[in-house]
Design a protein. Sequence first.
Length: 255
Amino acid sequence: MTTTITLAAFAVAVVAGARSTWSPCGLSMLASITPLAEQGRGHRYRSTAAWFVLGAVAGGASLGVCMATLAAGVGALGASATTLAVLGCAAALVAAAADARVAGFRLPVHHRQVNERWLDQFRPWVYGAGFGWQIGAGLVTYIKAAAVYLMIVLAVLTGDPALALVVGATFGFVRGLAVLLGRRITSPATLAAFHRRFAELGLVVLAIVVAVEVAAATILALLLSPWAGLAVIVLVLVAAAVIASAARSRRALRL
């Protein structure tokens, strides 16, 4: 059971880190830390991007330390495999419902962005590493996906502090690598074209995130019993029908 939860935690960390790039902070980063922008400030993009990635990994590791502390507590409690699976499955279903906006449901978030004035006030390594740390820490800036919460829950449920720490660092690393998406933005035209394509991919990445969350819930439920797995599958199908019905209603209203 622990192995399954661990694999699910890492999978969710990757997709949560990727999806978080579509947050206002992520979009701001992809507009302000590019070859075009850094050249305009008289700085080297490669150097700033490297500091950003390092800062993001440090931020993820900082979150990982918090998760590791909680994981140590779970490990000390010696919770049964059944309890861990039930908690993990329930968390995955809640996160999937929130990210898919089933019946308008969503989890609470805060709307904090990094301070863009740093770009004019500090050296590249300061704003690069500083922005990276804030974004990599996951909960410090705008939370785009409920998958971030799910990652924390699953990492804690592993009961292994070392694994929880690595899960956090992995999330930060994925978030940090996003800065490299803008490595070919060298003109206003390429900047505009990039952000158009990036916006179009948002829903695709969101669908992948929800699919991973649903897969995690289903697998954990199946480990409990075939009937639990079937119940989760039916629940997911019902939720999909609700989403499809809401989408049809919106289209009808627009017409």
